[in-house]
Write a protein that binds this ligand. Structure first.
Ligand SMILES: [Ca+2]
Ligand SMILES: [Ca+2]
Length: 228
């Protein structure tokens, strides 16, 4: 090896060390453990849904594989305050984080037609490792224009990270999204925010295959508080 290639090699090694430092020097040992989600009982049967679209995901009937997150990750949204783009037409916003997630209509929060959102305030900044939510699961339904975002800004004007977006035609003006539509079920929809830091999580939707209304049974955010 001549001097030039050796020098290049060392420069690359130095660059590699710098790039890798955030992981190598992380505060914890990187150990992960399985998150134990509490799932509601599934509604029995259900008639096939007469709906199809190019972005509709094939229905999954198997249990979700174990979902791992850094040690110390817990449910941080239970009982936390919820705001929304409109007053509920049915139910109370508190019910979005009350832990009740069965398929009875008494567990349902309904927001009026059109693009609407609900927002959970975790009270302080957290590293987010899972967002799990149920719009509705008493029957097969697809909710439209689902966008899920995290931010430290309660107005969602700055520092916004989009965790999910299946609004392919940007009808909600939040940008076109690459994600799939899916049929609701008792397992809920699970997103992996990969440790993004945020105090607020906001979930948008715009009607569903049954009606133009928007519904939430429960939203769960799992994470760890950011220690300042
Ligand atoms: Ca609930
Ligand atoms: Ca759309």
């Amino acid at each position: 090896m001549n001097r030039w290639t050796c020098g290049m090699g060392m420069a690359l090694a130095a660059a590699f060390a710098v790039l890798c430092a955030p992981w190598a020097g992380a505060a914890d040992d990187g150990a992960k453990e399985e998150l134990k989600f509490e799932l509601p009982e599934a509604a029995f049967g259900g008639t096939p849904l007469p709906y199809t679209s190019e972005i509709l995901e094939k229905e999954e009937f198997r249990d979700r594989p174990p979902f791992m997150a850094p040690k110390g990750t817990t449910l941080v949204s239970k009982g936390k305050p919820v705001t929304a783009s409109a007053a509920p037409a049915m139910g109370d916003l508190k019910m979005v984080t009350d832990g009740v997630k069965n398929y009875a209509s008494s567990a349902l929060v309904e927001l009026e037609a059109g693009p609407q959102w609900v927002q959970v305030d975790l009270g302080s900044e957290h590293e987010l490792y899972a967002v799990l939510f149920w719009h509705f699961h008493a029957e097969k339904r697809v909710y439209f224009d689902i966008v899920v975002q995290a931010s430290n800004d309660p107005e969602f004007k700055t520092g916004v990270t989009t965790l999910y977006n299946n609004d392919v035609d940007n009808s909600s003006s939040l940008g076109e999204g690459p994600d799939k539509e899916y049929i609701e079920n008792a397992r809920g929809r699970l997103l992996d925010p990969k440790g993004v830091k945020a105090r607020y999580v906001r979930l948008y939707s715009n009607g569903n295959t049954n009606d133009e209304m928007n519904h939430y049974v429960e939203v769960e955010v799992w994470g760890r508080p950011v220690v300042k």
